[in-house]
Design a protein around this ligand. Structure first.
Ligand SMILES: [Zn+2]
Ligand SMILES: [Zn+2]
Length: 364
């Protein structure tokens, strides 16, 4: 079968025509026909040979971690999935260390050893191919009604895992505040940011998306369509933004710009939580007033949380939320997918980032 691959040893990308078709190797395994796969900055980093590890013994890694497919075959002990079901596979698989409490509890997203594997990223082929297999418990079922946008589930899980944790953290405040009074700022209007903004709006929060694009940009239109406010970084500093809002209770950082993150942290309000999801590329040191930063954080009871990957709970919440988004803002959700490519064209959206979200249509 065909697969879109990176050859890190040869520093090249290409279609491999003879990827061995996977077979179900356990009674609880399932086989999927891949339908669509999303492309993101992680794929661009892998294509730039910054990371990405092929499975042991393979000269190449089949790329793609934002998968969506249809079940075509199930092992004899699979009871809750059947051929024809639509599913999104989770990305990370547990490490082999029996002392890793996270992986032993099926929470590889919190793996303690760092020796986990990830489809399309580390040690396991990804979903940019015709078929994939895995244990049924890693396949999260998707209702047919959101078939056309289910490829957005994986990037939405980043926000869902973050907000599950933020809700737990804010239980530290011994009073209940109506969510309509919670002011959230999302930095970055890419797919992770906009999906996060939708999840916050769905919970009733007041949301401002702060990003570098002008207020006439497509991303600003999506933001306004979900009832959130869009502020261009060209018009306002984080400090001015905070002054206009009053007090920022939550920042969801989805730009990966480390300097902007520190400026937003300075603008965060009392008892606020700031969540980091972006990974800044390697760059030189930048000046930060560490004393002022820590003094401010301490005197305001703030919490800084960083998060990566997601467990099944976040996938299930993402699937439920995406269904809700489609009911409320069908055009805004569908408008996130701005580029569609065939498997053979996979290098185009990886080499030239444009629009909001590009996807590969592996099968119809
Ligand atoms: Zn991704
Ligand atoms: Zn582990």
């Amino acid at each position: 079968m065909r697969g879109a691959a990176v050859f890190p040893g040869h520093r090249k990308l290409g279609i491999v025509h003879d990827v061995p078709e996977p077979i179900i190797d356990s009674h609880t395994g399932v086989k999927l026909r891949v339908l669509q796969v999303g492309i993101c900055a992680t794929d661009r980093e892998i294509a730039g040979f910054h990371f990405g590890t092929p499975p042991e013994g393979s000269p190449y890694l089949v790329m793609g971690h934002e998968g969506f497919g249809e079940v075509v075959e199930t092992g004899p002990e699979v009871i809750d999935l059947k051929p024809g079901d639509l599913v999104v596979p989770t990305v990370r698989r547990p490490c082999a260390d029996p002392a890793c409490a996270a992986c032993q509890n099926d929470r590889a997203d919190f793996c303690q050893t760092g020796t986990y594997t990830e489809h399309g990223i580390m040690g396991m082929h990804g979903f940019l191919t015709e078929f994939t297999t895995g244990e049924a418990r890693y396949m999260r079922r998707v209702p047919p009604a959101i078939r056309d946008v289910a490829v957005l589930v994986e990037p939405l899980t980043i926000a869902e895992k973050a907000f599950i944790q933020a809700e737990q953290i804010q239980l530290r405040l011994p009073w209940k505040r109506p969510s309509g009074e919670v002011h959230a700022v999302v930095t970055g209007a890419g797919p992770v940011g906009l999906l996060g903004a939708m999840a916050l709006r769905e919970r009733g929060c007041q949301v401002t998306v702060y990003s570098r694009e002008p207020e006439t940009d497509l991303r600003a239109n999506v933001t306004r369509a979900i009832g959130a406010n869009y502020v261009s970084g060209q018009n306002m500093t984080p400090e001015q933004l905070a002054a206009g809002i009053g007090s920022i209770d939550l920042v969801y950082e989805a730009t990966g710009s480390s300097m902007l993150a520190f400026e937003m942290l300075n603008a965060l309000g009392r008892n606020g939580v700031m969540i980091l999801t972006g990974v800044p590329g390697a760059h030189g040191p930048e000046p930060v007033d560490t004393g002022a930063l820590i003094t401010n954080m301490t005197l305001k009871n703030q919490c800084l949380l960083a998060t990566v990957n997601a467990g099944s709970d976040a996938f299930d919440r993402a699937i439920a939320d995406l269904s809700a988004f489609c009911a409320k803002w069908p055009d805004a959700v569908r408008g996130l997918i701005t580029g569609r490519f065939t498997l053979e064209q996979f290098e185009t959206p990886i080499q030239n980032a444009s629009g909001i979200k590009s996807i590969i249509e592996v099968a119809a």
